[in-house]
Design a binder for this molecule. Structure first.
Ligand code: NAD
Ligand code: DAU
Length: 363
């Protein structure tokens, strides 16, 4: 790739950035960081506001002069093209996705539409607007470590690890990564990609392990551990992911991929016990009380055993490193959910109950 060594030249200039999925978990932290840290950048947050998108995640910055919200479905190619024509964005940070593995098992086509078709629609719109002048442009694609598949015999995922996606979710993310690289190779769109490990922190929708279990412990509900709880994930505090995206946006080399992770592996059961213990302390329960809620249930179909990121490239080449130790991050996270019970109650009202019954009744 000829542009691989190009250094981007736009630090501290004015930028017009389209961030997709900015009302979701990670996207809201990325939007906040860019709006606050770069007042000279115009930030456009494009989001369809699915069940996972919540503008309440952004109330602290919603009136900032450099922040704009656009409600739009990426699957609607005409609307995406019109938006690019109207605003002439010079860069895209693409986070919008269907992101939950369990939902991808019951509804794979939603993942094909948003994650694959939606990404190609964005790439096409950028290609049209940027053709003839790619200088200073950037398509930043945010992806996941799940595209590399499942580790069984030790080792880590490197940027050079072959793709081997195992779930409909990871297959759709892998397909989107391939399209981004293909558009770089074929149309010379300046791209950069990152593949990150599991995030935890404030504002995560409680279908994912950490907020789901915090909420269930608070409500004295069973904690549904899939299989034996032996699966391993590599956990990173969400703000550290947002900081990494900032670093890669400004300093990453065009055409390159960077893996992001915390070198912080936990089996699910050990992580769950840490959450239980911390919750006992915060809720003033006897030690061991919350652990009694642990209930082993039928495993996730095709459940990947272990993910583990080697984050040496971004650390050595771009100088990023996680800022929080896990023990500090998880306590901070639990405290956030305890202090924001209204946020949790709102997102778990309505359709959430139906989702929960459907997803867990048969396990
Ligand atoms: P999320 O589900 O919390 O948020 C996704 C956002 O995308 C929501 O606001 C939703 O409304 C929006 N969206 C969905 N479909 C859309 C569409 N068709 N058009 C426009 N907007 C749409 O997801 P997240 O956990 O914040 O993940 C964000 C990105 O980071 C995803 O691309 C995901 O694959 C990736 N990622 C997530 C993790 C993780 O641990 N959560 C780790 C690595 C990578
Ligand atoms: O690795 C990055 C990925 O991490 C992201 O790309 C995904 O968007 C994100 O959802 C996450 O995927 P996981 O499947 O690892 O996350 P989840 O929180 O769904 O599950 C974490 C682990 O906990 C996994 O091994 C399954 C298990 N689990 C999950 C739930 C929801 C349970 O045991 N019980 C549960 O109820």
């Amino acid at each position: 790739m000829p542009e691989a060594s190009c250094q981007k030249q736009f630090i501290m200039t004015t930028r017009k950035i389209l961030i997709t999925g900015g009302a979701g978990f990670i996207g809201s932290h990325v939007v906040r960081l860019f709006v606050n840290n770069y007042p000279n950048y115009e930030i456009y947050n494009l989001d369809k506001l699915t069940y996972a998108g919540n503008l309440k995640n952004l109330t602290d910055i919603e009136n900032a002069p450099n922040y704009h919200f656009v409600r739009l479905d990426l699957v609607d190619a005409t609307a995406v093209n019109n938006l690019f024509n109207e605003h002439q964005f010079d860069s895209v940070i693409h986070l919008a996705a269907e992101s939950h593995v369990d939902r991808s098992i019951t509804n794979p086509m939603d993942f094909v539409m948003t994650n694959v078709v939606g990404t190609v629609n964005l790439l096409n719109a950028a290609k049209e607007i940027w053709k003839g002048n790619m200088e200073g442009k950037l398509f930043y694609h945010v992806s996941t470590d799940e595209v590399y598949g499942s580790l069984h015999d030790g080792g880590f995922f490197l940027e050079s690890t072959s793709y081997d996606p195992q779930s409909p979710y990871s297959a759709s993310k892998a397909a989107s990564d391939h399209f981004v690289r293909a558009y770089h190779n074929t149309y010379k769109i300046p791209v950069v990609l990152t593949n990150c490990s599991n995030n935890y922190g404030p504002n995560q929708f409680p279908e994912k392990l950490v907020p789901l279990f915090i909420n269930n412990i608070r409500n004295n509900k069973p904690l549904p551990v899939y299989g034996k709880g032996e699966n391993v994930r590599d956990w990173l505090y969400v703000v550290d992911h947002a900081r990494a995206i900032d670093v890669v946006y400004h300093k990453g080399k065009i055409g390159e991929t960077y893996n992001i992770g915390g070198f912080n592996e936990w089996t699910n059961i050990d992580l769950i016990k840490v959450i239980c213990k911390t919750m006992d302390k915060i809720l003033g329960r006897h030690e061991g009380e919350s652990e009694k809620l642990i209930t082993y249930v039928t495993d996730r179909a095709g459940h990947d055993l272990r993910y583990a990121i080697d984050a040496n490239k971004i650390m050595k080449e771009l100088g990023w490193e996680p800022s929080l130790q896990f023990e500090e991050g998880i306590e901070k996270t639990i405290n956030w959910y305890m202090d924001n019970q209204q946020w949790m109650d709102e997102v778990t009202s309505g359709d959430y109950a139906k989702y929960y019954d459907k997803m867990y009744a048969s396990r």
